[in-house]
Design a protein around this ligand. Structure first.
Ligand code: ACO
Length: 325
């Protein structure tokens, strides 16, 4: 589908048109972890809010999982993958070091003419993709952009380390972005980073297992996500009461609670999808959006606040009006 050429003064409003999600079928419950690690269901639930996570099997690929989420999003939007101009995949765990994930996913879904790009911005990657998609639509350089967050964190987790083994899961979520007319569409974003704290959360190329100073990450995650969300609201001229649903990166239910409380968002407006997915890094926000739509938390025009924080440190916040059905 060729990109439209907007006439002078006419800027398309970028809008989320469809959402999709996919998780592996291999379920790992807290009881499964308790059976082989020095931990307990009580500790995991109290400190993280996580009850279960899903892991890809060695024979399964992240590309297949991401393709399922992308296809879901295209169908939800009532569109056709052949009309996707760009596919942006946020991931830190592509199936191979190179090539990236996007070409394999585009080929699987039939996005034959799409530009294909992987983004590595850790847990904030999906929000970077969404901002870039919005800019492409707004400028008229593209008409339909698929943004997918996809992770196989089980492949970079030390499964013998109880401090991190309980935290991470695999999954993929996607949205199709295009010109629309719902509310304010996708608003302006806030981004930030602090490279001085990169050693508190990382994985090395030669020893690719996540290393984390949990308490430091926790403190900075709460502070930076709260500040970013406040700046986002101010920049978009929105009061916190006007936000209908709030999705923070699903790292830990205590982090999400602390950010929501600092902002003054009531918990019934907040996603706690981490309970079922664990931390899926770049996939966590689109997975939570898909779950929120499924569970009836998002109505046409609902104003959704999104905020993320991850390795780098990098953080981001964004605002979008939910799509028409
Ligand atoms: N089961 C039982 N005990 C455990 C476990 C476990 N799975 N893991 C650690 N412990 C123990 C520790 O050994 C420690 O024992 P000690 O007191 O005898 O030394 C005790 O529990 C407390 O450990 P802390 O690390 O202080 O526990 P804390 O309350 O900080 O919780 C946690 C740890 C959940 C990791 C928390 O720090 C956290 O959530 N941090 C942020 C993590 C995060 O969000 N990371 C990702 C962000 S970026 C991204 O998404 C990739």
């Amino acid at each position: 589908m060729p990109a439209p050429s907007p006439s002078a003064g006419e800027r398309p409003t970028p809008t989320i048109l469809g959402v999709g999600a996919a998780v592996p079928d291999q379920l790992i419950t807290n009881a499964d972890l308790v059976a082989r690690l020095d931990t307990s269901d009580e500790w995991i639930v109290r400190r993280t809010g996580i009850r279960e996570r899903r892991h890809l099997r060695p024979t399964e690929t992240l590309a297949e999982l991401a393709a399922r989420a992308c296809t879901d999003a295209v169908i939800d939007a009532g569109c056709n993958a052949a009309g996707v101009d760009h596919l942006i995949i946020a991931t830190i765990t592509p199936d191979r070091l190179t090539p990236g994930l996007a070409p394999a996913v585009a080929a699987r879904i039939g996005a034959a003419h799409a530009g294909v790009l992987d983004v590595n911005a850790a847990c904030t990657g999906f929000l970077y993709g969404l901002d870039h998609a919005a800019a492409l639509i707004e400028s008229g350089r593209a008409r339909h952009v698929l943004v997918c967050g996809a992770e196989a964190l089980s492949r970079i987790t030390d499964h013998e380390d109880r401090a991190t083994a309980v935290l991470f899961g695999d999954g993929a979520g996607a949205v199709l972005v295009g010109p629309g007319a719902t509310g304010r569409g996708i608003g302006s974003f806030v981004f930030g980073y602090d490279d001085t704290l990169a050693d508190t959360l990382y994985a090395e190329r030669d020893a690719p297992k996540l290393q984390m100073a949990g308490q430091q990450v926790y403190r900075h995650a709460v502070a930076r996500m709260t500040e970013a969300a406040q700046e986002l609201l101010a920049r978009n001229g929105v009061e916190v009461e006007q936000v209908d649903y709030f999705v923070a990166h699903q790292a830990n239910a205590r982090i999400v609670t602390a950010v929501a409380d600092a902002l003054g968002v009531p918990h019934e407006k907040v996603s706690f999808n981490v309970e079922w997915t664990a931390n899926t890094s770049a996939a966590s926000i689109p997975l939570a959006l898909a779950a929120a739509q499924r569970d009836g938390h998002l109505k046409p025009g609902s104003l959704v606040g999104m905020v993320a924080f991850g390795a780098g440190f990098v953080w981001a916040a964004g605002l979008a009006s939910w799509k028409d059905t």
